[in-house]
Every structure is written in C-alpha cells, then in structure tokens.
Design a protein around this ligand. Structure first.
Ligand SMILES: [Zn+2]
Length: 217
C-alpha cells in the first residue's frame, strides 16, 4: 500500500537546516534571528529610486542570511527574510498588490545554485499577503551581475513581461538592491507589460559603495 509522504518531509531530509544567521540547527525559521531582525526595523535602507523599497542596509545578520540562502541553500533564512519584506511592503504608504512576481536570475546561475532565491522569497511573501505569485518576467540577455565591472552592472539585465491586465498592481521581489539596475529593469518591463502600478521590494540595499558590494545577480 502506498504510504503518502509529504514532499516537504522528503525535502527536509536533503536541505541544510542550519541557520545562516547564527549557525544553530533550526526548523522552518530561527526564532533568535527573526527576533533580532525585527528589532532592526527602525533602520530601513535608503534606496535612491522611486518605486523601489528595501527593508534594511545589507550588512550584519541580514547579509549572513541572504548569503546563506543564496549560496548554501539554507532555507531557514526564508521566513526571517520574508518578515523584513512583509514589513517593508506594509509600511506606509502600504502597497496592496494584485500579483507578486520576482526578478529572475540568469538560467546559468540558477543551474549553478539549483535555487532562485528571489523566487523563493516572492512565493513566501505572496502567501503572507494572500495574493497569487506568478512568473511574469523573462530575462532576455546579459551575463550574471557577479563578476562584471561596475559600468556593466549599471547597465543591468533586460526583462520582458508577460502581457498584463491593464492597471493591475504588481509587486516585484528581489533579495538585494545594489546599483538598482536589476530592479529598475524589472519594474520598467512590468509597466511596459500593462501594469498600472509597480513596487519593487528587496530585503536589503547596499546604497553606500555598490562597487564594493557582495556579489549580486
Ligand atoms: Zn539564527
């Protein structure tokens, strides 16, 4: 007789459940790091572009969590990072999207990591907000951001959007804003696709020295 097995259970056997923030073995979320991130809510990151918000400066704990998720598949970081995203979207003026999507990483990078961290964050955030998450954007050219010079990274990737219902409100998620080029390309593509209002939201931003920033996509 077939025994029903939750796919989540099988996944758990293979995934790294070490918290990228504190190194403890944890379940779906790390209470310690979640609390610590919540207490840093008072210092939102400044992003010098309209229509793009980021929750925190990219340093310390939030940086460890993003790096752990992105490069080591430490999924316990997702819930703590989504707390930051949710708070950032709901903070005044709150944005009420009809759809959530993400800025997809390059196919080569996705193959290398086996995970698109922006997609994971977008799906989890959409569940919190109670709206659908859809793959609306396709990346059409350009190498990954990592390893490119600053001038090349400022040019950023190109995206095209699926055709959208006119006037729909779309939230586009990414992990880190460095130069802002990726997020601006993504929000611009969604507007061209018919979106009435678009907000880009990232967990963190590196406003000070983008040329020195940790690798971004
Ligand atoms: Zn932790």
């Amino acid at each position: 007789m077939a025994v029903p097995i939750r796919s989540g259970f099988l996944l758990d056997l293979f995934l790294d459940r070490t918290c990228a923030g504190c190194g403890q073995r944890v379940g779906r979320r790390c209470p310690l790091c979640t609390d610590q991130l919540a207490s840093s809510a008072a210092r939102p990151a400044r992003v010098p572009f309209d229509g793009i918000r980021a929750g925190l400066p990219y340093d310390g704990l939030v940086r460890r969590l993003v790096v752990g998720l992105k490069y080591r598949g430490q999924l316990a970081a997702v819930e703590a990072l989504v707390d930051v995203l949710e708070r950032t979207v709901r903070s005044p003026p709150a944005f009420a999207p009809d759809l959530v999507t993400w800025a997809p990483t390059s196919a080569a990078r996705r193959r290398g990591r086996g995970v698109d961290q922006a997609q994971l964050l977008a799906r989890a955030l959409a569940r919190r907000l109670g709206v659908p998450c859809r793959p609306l954007l396709r990346r059409i050219s350009g190498p990954a951001q990592t390893g490119r010079g600053r001038s090349a990274r400022l040019l950023g990737p190109c995206f095209v959007s699926r055709p959208l219902r006119q006037g729909v409100q779309v939230l586009v998620v990414d992990d880190v804003v460095t130069t802002g080029a990726t997020m601006r390309a993504a929000t611009g593509a969604l507007r061209s696709g018919g979106a009435g209002s678009v907000l880009g939201v990232a967990v963190a931003a590196t406003p000070d020295r983008p040329a020195m920033a940790a690798p971004h996509r």
